[in-house]
Write a protein that binds this ligand. Sequence first.
Ligand code: ARG
Length: 593
Amino acid sequence: PAAPLQGAGSVKQQISNLVALSLRATVPEVDVEPIVEVCTGKFGDYQCNNAMGLWSKVKGSGTSFKNPNAIGQAIAKNLPACDVIESASVAGPGFVNIVLSKSWVAKRIQDMLVNGITTWAPILPVKRVVLDFSSPNIAKEMHVGHLRSTIIGDTLARMFEFSNVEVLRRNHVGDWGTQFGMLIEFLFEKFPNWEELGSQAIGDLQVFYKASKQRFDEDAEFKDRAQQAVVRLQGGEEKYRAAWKKICEISRNEFDQVYKLLDVQLEEKGESFYNPYIPQVLEKLSSQGLIEESEGARVIFIQGHQIPLIVVKRDGGFNYASTDLAALWYRLNVEKAEWIIYVTDVGQQQHFDMFFKAARMAGWLPDPKEKKFPKTSHVGFGLVLGADGKRFRTRSTEVVRLGDLLDEAKSRSKSELLQRLTENGKIVDWTDEELEQTSKAVGYGAVKYADLKNNRLTNYTFSFDQMLSDKGNTAVYLQYAHARICSIIRKSNMDVEELKVSGNISLAHPDERVLGLYLIRYAEIVEEACTNLLPSVLCEYLYNLSEMFTRFYTNCQVVGSPEEPSRLLLCEATAVVMRQCFQLLGITPVYKL
Ligand code: ARG
């Protein structure tokens, strides 16, 4: 990615820079970070909240300021003269309300139209992030929980990538462990010609898993063989490695189909990858005196937790935690990531909490209170529920096949689209290809958005009817809003591409100004969503933006008005920002609906 252009970074950041200069001039004796927020009242666009805190620092020290309000006045006065700020006034105990210059706002939007939305990328304090997401388990089901992890993780990755952060998208697949003994033996038994099996030959791996588990539980002789198979696999015996690879390959093929449908990129580094690193990592922890013997296992005791973190099982084998410790070591020392982010259901919170603490005890990570990098975060999410309020399941089967789920979303959106186009006689304008592409974009987008718009920690109810409704805060509604803007632009006789260079945006009408100001908040919204790892922040922005556009469009005539050139540019800018939001949410925008 190119170096950030001049003027890049969020508006809030730019205001903060100006406020920092003013603070230095106002109270040179104290060093404080600027506190800048979007204005809550109607007297400004942004506000600086430093005066009150500063007052408590300087009062009684012989300062010439009489009260916090006087400090606020000085901060306002000392803001450097520039084209960004129109005026600043002080309210109450010292809030400095800052009004942005209309022409600067307009210019910022126009520059974006000419130079592209990437010029609105925020500047984040990290360069490289490891994002561990999706991470299903070989031969077990890839369930709706993994779907949530995939969707949330992909959006986080897209937001960081947009912000010029390098993202290592890691699929921490569960491809190691004792279950492979029984899977391998079962494979030998059921498919004597297993070496020649194609990637779909077993049919259903989940069924295969269940059957082998049953065999394992019922037949002592099989169980014995399975246990020996684990040893032979871990000892690196050729035939067993090959069988393990085959099983992984078949699973991978199934996962990849889902990733392809969702348009999600991932690089697999499964649990097995870190296996060779475990002994040396545990050795280090042991030499630091962190690992103790407890009831035959080797464990790390962690403050605030009743049970210790087991790192070597009683049988001498490694487990989920030992793998995660080795993986974290690798990510910090080999991949040199500054932020390592794990996306799983909240049920795993305790595991993450414990092993993050272990890493801190070992000195791998600074104390979180210091707010320094490197750091680790667990992005937890709630359950997906069915209409009955219970864990989501389809009627016919125990498990939900993700491919089928996406197919259903698409076919439902297609039949609604067909019905509507038939009713209003527009079906003739659509090719089969367009119908197909649009229903896919709308259907898949609906599934993703329904997931992302929620506060991720809460459980959410999966409902096709709700997510495919064209009313309320849904992807379908937003797709319509975007398509409508595109149709306004098509209707005009003016050439938007030409206007971008020759035209001028004016924000004379109050609704134009409100829309313009909201548009330029884009960068700080992405920044906030990345900082707090909350895709829902971006969804909320997108929804509000479309509402603000509607207000503007209701009150300001576009096509055929004297202001058409300027207003058309505002339409275009809104469409560009909406599309970029869709892009970050992994949703394909549609241009006509
Ligand atoms: N395979 C695990 C599961 O399905 C998720 C792995 C998450 N990543 C990690 N590094 N622990 O629950």
